[in-house]
Design a protein around this ligand. Structure first.
Ligand code: GDP
Ligand code: ZN
Length: 439
């Protein structure tokens, strides 16, 4: 096994930078830079780092030593906590690079070794990636939970039970007993049915976990000039969209990212929906409609006119969408089912934000039980469920036990692929694609 090294903290000037080394030559790396071997495992020691070529001082640094397998990667690991200046970091990296046994790590390689050494399963690897990406508190909670194995344990638990059912079926193949019709169904059926029910329940999560991970998409739609961009600015509490008197200013889709009660929300301001006069506007309207169509929910905006009439309507609103009547400052009005606001004065915006936060919270967030966070999990679970249902069908029809066993085997394999406990060579590049160097 090669020994790898990389800067694991963010690039750029910082108080402290962490350079990580993993593999059998890690202790040598410490020896070459400090003149002594690593200290006791998990005890930080302060040492002077020197360039082995000319003994010039590189830094005074803390060194943390982890003896494999009790380390993140499962191998011997040395961490150099150096001062985070460019010259220090570069100096140490160059010195490490000169050691023949060391090479720079590829993206995600530390974590990949942790996976290959059984330290993390694939769902835990994904949880770690999500934790590094987490923008909101709820995302952090979900990522930590997954990194600690909450999802992986559920899937491994199901797989364990499935393997026992499978063992039972296989015993039946090897040592067939006198079969009373329906006997096998009575033996294997209930547990397969229970497993299928539990998996179906888990799948029926309203995609809360996936939406929490990816963010909830909200589109603001309505005719030009009703104040869509002004509302987005108010909600974003900053000037993110262009506001102007001229109809058709917001030609393309503009978006801001908000944190509403811990749920990340992508709020998209769309072009005004109207009879477009030119091709560019037409394209804008087309994109606005497509965006609104694909969004998790819509804020449909109409506005009061100075003459007391109404600009726009709520015909595009679907069940669960927000209806907003803007420009309430222009006169008295009362429209049942609509939230009255004024982007100009700020009136009613608390209500709007509260209603939006509530709706978004219904679509995404932390549930009591850990939720699916990726399409990859969902596909694996559906494949597993398919196998279980086929096995149940085969049992009911009194088909050959070999066929039942084959379906159970496929179901178990689909679960195993989610955690990476069965051969997943083809999956690894996909899972580790999102990692960068040093992770
Ligand atoms: P959009 O085309 O729907 O995005 O509308 P804009 O946000 O660009 O606003 C169009 C015009 O309406 C601008 O002149 C805004 O200043 C004005 N406007 C927006 N909100 C309000 C409001 O609540 N009251 C009044 N009186 N004018 C508003
Ligand atoms: Zn606009």
């Amino acid at each position: 096994m090669e020994t790898i090294y990389a800067l694991s903290s963010a690039a750029g000037r910082a108080g402290v930078a962490v350079i990580r080394v993993s593999g059998p030559a890690s202790a040598d790396a410490v020896r070459v830079l400090t003149g002594e071997g690593p200290g006791r495992p998990r005890e930080a020691v302060l040492r002077t780092l020197r360039d082995p070529r000319d003994a010039s001082i590189l830094d005074r640094a803390l060194i943390l030593w982890f003896e494999g397998p009790a380390s993140f990667t499962g191998e011997d690991v040395a961490e150099f906590h150096v001062h985070g200046g460019r010259a220090v970091v570069d100096g140490v990296l160059v010195a490490l690079g000169r050691l023949p046994a060391l090479r720079i790590a590829t993206a995600g390689e530390f974590t990949r070794r942790a996976f290959e050494n059984g330290k993390l399963d694939l769902t835990e690897v994904e949880g770690l990636a999500d934790l590094i990406e987490a923008e909101t508190a709820a995302q952090r909670v979900q990522a930590l939970r997954q990194m600690e194995g909450a999802l992986g344990h559920i899937y491994e638990g199901w797989r364990g039970r499935l393997m026992r059912v499978l063992a039972h079926a296989e015993a039946e193949i090897d040592f067939p007993e006198e079969e009373i019709p329906g006997d096998l169904t009575r033996k294997l059926g209930p547990e397969i049915t229970r497993l299928a029910d539990e998996i179906r329940n888990h799948l029926d999560d309203g995609r809360r976990g996936e939406r929490l991970r990816d963010g909830v998409e909200v589109a603001i739609i309505g005719p030009p000039n009703v104040g869509k961009s002004s509302l987005l600015n108010r909600l974003a509490r900053r000037e993110a969209a262009i506001v102007s008197d001229e109809a058709g200013t917001t030609r393309d889709v503009l978006e801001v990212r908000l944190d509403l009660g811990g749920v990340p929300v992508t709020l998209a301001d769309t072009a005004g929906l109207r009879d477009a006069v030119n091709a560019v506007e037409q394209e804008g309207v087309r994109r606005a409609l497509a965006r609104a169509e694909g969004a998790d929910l819509r804020i449909v905006v109409a506005a009061l006119r100075p003459d007391g009439g109404l600009e726009g309507d709520f015909s595009l609103a679907r069940e669960g969408d927000l209806r907003v009547l803007n420009k309430a400052d222009l006169g008295p009005s009362n429209l049942p089912g609509a939230i009255l606001v004024s982007a100009a004065t700020g009136e009613g915006l608390d209500w709007l934000e509260e209603a939006l936060t509530q709706l978004v919270g219904e679509k995404a967030g932390i549930a009591e039980t850990p939720a699916i966070t990726r399409g990859r999990h969902r596909e694996g679970l559906l494949a597993c469920l398919g196998g279980l249902e086929r096995a149940l069908g085969a049992l009911r029809e009194e088909r050959a036990i070999e066929l039942v066993a084959e379906d159970l085997r496929l179901a178990a394999r689909s679960l195993g692929r989610i955690t990476g406990r069965v051969d997943v060579e083809d999956l690894l590049d996909i899972v580790f694609r999102d990692f960068c160097i040093g992770k």
